[in-house]
Design a protein around this ligand. Structure first.
Ligand code: URA
Length: 176
């Protein structure tokens, strides 16, 4: 299910368990997890203060992308987790969890920007594994993490996000 305090202010949603996560039954314990821990530490947050979970709860074979029906199958479970935790801010890591809230958005254009989606504050960020594979994404990921404390403080005052129509100029997104 993930791990963290049941009343965490921040919820991180990754993609799905990998090999090590599957072995240990804990989220983000491999290389991407170590980077996540470092990013949190740099902004003065301990891993034990945030809730970390995934969009799919079972490991996709050979770490392939989760399929739409797998995401759908886990969706109610995640909904109920979010209801129970009721976080102030949800950080999506990677495009699969971003797509749950922002189906037409491009991560390269909206990462690090807080949006109010159906009353919840969502901030999309690059997946730590993506930044490990493509080092050029690391500065953006670090900068987005640095914004988190401020975004948490501002979370209550966001205007409602208006989803773009397919093909809209992404610069027209109504962003915070
Ligand atoms: N990547 C994810 O998306 N989730 C994990 O739990 C580990 C790696």
């Amino acid at each position: 299910p993930g791990e963290g305090p049941p009343d965490a202010e921040i919820l991180f949603i990754g993609e799905g368990p990998g090999f090590h996560e599957n072995q240990q039954g804990r989220p983000f314990v491999g290389a991407a997890g170590r980077l996540l821990d470092e990013l949190l530490e740099k902004i003065g947050l301990k891993r034990s203060e945030v809730f970390i979970t995934n969009i799919v709860k079972c490991r996709p074979p050979s770490n392939r992308d989760p399929e739409p029906q797998e995401i759908e199958a886990c969706s109610d479970y995640l909904d109920r987790q979010i209801q129970a935790i009721n976080p102030k801010v949800i950080v999506t890591l990677g495009r699969f969890s971003m797509n749950r809230y922002l189906p037409n958005a491009k991560i390269s254009e909206i990462h690090g920007q807080a949006m109010n989606v159906k009353g919840r504050t969502i901030v999309a960020m690059y997946h730590p594994a993506a930044a490990l594979h493509q080092r050029s994404l690391m500065p953006a990921l670090e900068a987005d993490f640095r914004k988190l404390p401020e975004l948490i403080a501002a979370a209550a005052d966001l205007p409602e996000y208006e989803p773009p129509e397919q093909g809209d100029d992404p610069k027209q997104l109504s962003l915070f």
